[in-house]
Design a protein around this ligand. Structure first.
Ligand code: NAP
Length: 312
């Protein structure tokens, strides 16, 4: 029997724990944890992400401060905004929604954020802290995956893990977290030879690639745990039918929108082999925003010098 790892349910639990912690902090400190979200330009996908982060904050009783700036905002203005947010005592976390318009120096702006408020975990200080086992902030998507594996009692210690993808926001921090959990980790990427053969050695297989359905049955060892980070829109009908297994609801969405959301894993082919697997949608996606709330609560606690409640 394959266990379907339910990111919607796990994400909801993490969010309600963040809400409880936020209420405690409000009682102790007289203010809620606060997250500032900076969005530059009118990229529709970014607007959707920022909207869902804002609603998640509000639902959990966190304060959210939106800074929506026009696409042609000069870099100097953004540096000045980040400086103000760094100095603002009501702001515990700062998130700059990516991608930024091309004229802006993304790295320099991310590095301007106070590491203590860097709830996305992109600042080099936090990247470094992950690798030297010091408390910091870890990017939300890989942090959410570890949290879900822990909550499903999936052991990592001593197990062979393969991460496909070496991006700064998913693949590399995922590898760092798995090493921290005492897994034996291989990071694969576009130059890796015999990717299916390598992946078949994995007891834990994490796909963070951005290629619809790349991971088919030839990548999956019987009994592996398969985590699908990919979020890909497919507009080819036969590919959509294959990757959704012809699911009626999802194909109806395909007819309406001209595309459907799928992962990097060919779910119908891989799921029967796997011991546990995340679906797309409803797997890794909901964990990312949940962990953003958790990280903001942690930032508030650290900044206010408060202890986490037992177990929290
Ligand atoms: P990215 O920066 O484009 O990185 C993709 C990685 O995959 C790169 O390391 C690349 O290798 C590797 N790769 C590409 N094609 C490959 C192939 N054919 N075989 C082996 N490796 C290959 O992407 P990302 O930001 O990490 O995101 C990955 C996916 O996760 C995307 O679908 C994204 O939408 C999704 N995502 C989801 C969430 C969520 O909340 N669920 C969050 C973030 C990202 P090279 O380094 O050699 O180019």
């Amino acid at each position: 029997m394959t266990t379907i790892l339910d990111g919607v349910a796990t994400g909801a639990t993490i969010r309600s724990e963040a809400a409880e912690a936020a209420a405690t902090i409000r009682n102790q400190a007289g203010r809620a944890p606060g997250l500032a979200v900076v969005l530059v330009g009118d990229d529709p996908a970014s607007q959707v992400y920022v909207g869902s982060k804002r609603r998640a904050c509000e639902a959990a009783g966190l304060a959210s401060f939106g800074h929506l700036l026009p696409a042609d905002t000069p870099a100097a203005e953004l540096f000045a905004l980040i400086d103000r947010l760094n100095a603002d005592p009501a702001v515990d976390g700062i998130l700059v929604q990516l991608p930024l318009p091309a004229h802006l120096p993304t790295r320099e702006l991310l590095e301007r954020i106070d590491p203590a408020k860097d709830v996305d975990g992109f600042h080099p200080v936090n990247v470094g802290r992950l690798w030297i086992d010091e408390p910091g902030f870890v990017p939300c998507t890989p942090a959410g995956i570890i949290e879900m594996l822990r909550r499903y009692d999936i052991p990592l210690r001593g197990r062979r893990a393969v991460v496909i993808g070496r991006s700064t926001i998913v693949g590399k921090p995922m590898a760092g977290l798995l090493v921290r959990e005492s897994a034996t980790v291989t990071v694969a990427h576009s130059k890796t030879r015999d990717l299916p053969g390598l992946c078949r050695e994995a007891e834990i297989l994490i796909a963070a690639v951005g290629r619809a359905g790349l991971v088919d049955a030839s990548y999956v060892a019987p009994g592996a745990v398969v985590i699908d980070v990919g979020m890909n829109r497919v507009s080819d009908r036969s590919l959509a039918e294959r990757l959704t297994g012809g699911d009626e609801k999802r194909m109806a969405a395909f007819e309406r929108n001209g595309s459907v959301l799928v992962g990097d894993v060919d779910y119908p082919a891989a799921a029967p082999l796997a011991a546990a697997i995340t679906p797309v949608p409803g797997g890794v996606g909901p964990l990312t925003v949940a962990m953003l709330l958790a990280n903001t609560v942690t930032a508030a606690r650290r900044r206010l010098g408060l202890q986490a409640a037992a177990g929290g």
